[in-house]
Design a protein. Structure first.
Length: 244
């Protein structure tokens, strides 16, 4: 398998891995991203995937609040980031994240695409209550707490969406939003996540320079790698989104 294929995180519907997924893992694929349509018997599915590759990375989005995979039918039993930010008790945020991570680990998941590290603006149509708030320092301390909570249970965290999808007034699922305001305004939570040892950072399909940040060398290499010093995994937001 090529290096490029080894870096892809495919998905598939249902609770049974199709033959092409089994071949993908047997031939060197490293990770799978799972969604609500995979969770009917998630522990069994995870075990089946690990039978193909013991060290497979199994990822999903379990933010609490509006974004849940494990509890998609009834809604998350955990508070949203906005609720935790309003309380502003980072120790509570850490414990909530640890509890979510424990649920994920019990289901066989070892990578969570959370926390949201975006600093929200009121007109944002897609981040909203997924953000801890509109104050960069508040968001930063809760992002760091969430990272600690997820990772102390052994589930890799992912701060998203770099360099800050909160400061947009469009949804990157539907278009390529332009950054509103200076890029620096959204960076403090990502600095905090990096200082807390976050395992991965997810890119945003937002226009900072000439293209989506996901495809922008200046954003991902010069800023994230060199200036901010992040040495972990960089993962793209979903590639079927209109923003990319």
């Amino acid at each position: 398998m090529s290096l490029g294929a080894a870096l892809v995180l495919p998905s598939f519907p249902g609770s049974e891995p199709p033959d092409w997924i089994r071949r993908f893992l047997a031939e060197g694929g490293r990770g799978i991203v799972l969604f609500a349509y995979n969770v009917d018997d998630l522990p069994a599915l995870a075990a089946s995937l690990r039978a193909e590759r013991e060290d497979v990375l199994l990822a999903l989005d379990e933010e609490g609040g509006d974004v849940t995979r494990l509890e998609w039918r009834e809604g998350s039993s955990y508070p949203s980031a906005a609720a935790l930010g309003a309380l502003d008790e980072p120790a509570l945020t850490e414990e909530v994240a640890a509890s979510i991570a424990a649920d994920l680990a019990a289901a066989g998941i070892n990578w969570n695409f959370a926390p949201v590290a975006d600093v929200n603006v009121p007109a944002n149509p897609v981040i909203g209550v997924r953000s801890f708030g509109s104050d960069p320092e508040l968001v930063a301390r809760h992002v760091a707490a969430a990272v600690r909570g997820f990772q102390r249970v052994g589930v890799a965290a992912c701060a998203k969406h770099f360099p800050g999808h909160g400061s947009t007034v469009e949804d990157s699922h539907l278009s390529l939003p332009a950054l509103v305001g200076p890029i620096e305004a959204g960076l403090e939570p990502f600095r905090a996540a990096i200082a807390a040892g976050v395992a991965s950072i997810m890119t945003a399909h937002i226009k900072v320079n000439a293209d989506a940040a996901t495809l922008d060398h200046a954003v991902l290499h010069d800023l994230l790698r060199r200036e901010l010093g992040f040495g972990g995994a960089i993962v793209a937001d979903a590639l079927e989104m209109k923003g990319v």
